[in-house]
Structure formats: structure tokens, C-alpha cells
Write a new protein. Structure first.
Length: 119
């Protein structure tokens, strides 16, 4: 179930599939696919299809959003990213966190509800 909050439009510095976590990029008003647990996550792609490099992308900053899982995730787990910008369970205190799983994922590719709560 989606219940997005603040949404802002950016330029995609990299191709960004739908339902993925994004981070700030080097360019002005640009975001990129988050691919490392230390990336500065800002939100999730709110687009229904992949956005090509240089395209415009809406990013959801807070609220409840649908995000693709990179593997099995338990309901209530704190989430970070894998190398493809999908959410996975955060196992280290030093990982950037995008939020908490409101629904469980059985396998990679499942779309789950995530409460965006960055820290």
C-alpha cells in the first residue's frame, strides 16, 4: 500500500528502475541509483517505469512507498540497499538506512511497503 508524502522532481544522473532507492548525485538537482550501504539516500523512485540517464524523475522523500526487495526481508526490518538499489535488511550500525519494512518479502524481486525513515 502506497501513501507517499513529499515528492520532488530531479534529473536522473544514472538510469533508475522503478521501486528503487535513490541518492544524491554530484550534479546540481541530480539523483542516482543508490548502490552502496554508505550512499546518502534521499528517497525512492516514484516512477512507474525506468527513467533513462538525463530524464526527469519524481522522488518520494517520506511516507509509505512500494520498493523492490533484493532478497527475503522480514516485516519490521530496518532497510539499506544492495548493489542494484533494492532494499535489503541492514545488518550493520554504520549502514545508511532508508526505512522500515511494513510488509515482508519472500525473495528478490518482491515489491514491499516501506515506511521511509532515513537516518
Amino acid at each position: 500500500m502506497k501513501n507517499p508524502g513529499l515528492i520532488k522532481n530531479f534529473i536522473a544522473a544514472t538510469a533508475i528502475p522503478p521501486h528503487r532507492v535513490v541518492a544524491l548525485a554530484a550534479g546540481e538537482n541530480e539523483v542516482e541509483l543508490a548502490t552502496d550501504v554508505t550512499d546518502p539516500f534521499i528517497g525512492t523512485s516514484a516512477e512507474p517505469a525506468t527513467v533513462a540517464t538525463g530524464g526527469r524523475i519524481d522522488v518520494t522523500f517520506n511516507g509509505i512507498e512500494e520498493v523492490e526487495a533484493g532478497g527475503a526481508v522480514s516485516k519490521g526490518a530496518r532497510l539499506t540497499v544492495d548493489a542494484q538499489g533494492r532494499v535489503v535488511t541492514s545488518s550493520e550500525a554504520t549502514n545508511s538506512v532508508i526505512g522500515r519494512a511494513l510488509t515482508a518479502a519472500n525473495a528478490a524481486g518482491d515489491i514491499i511497503s516501506v515506511e521511509i525513515d532515513k537516518d
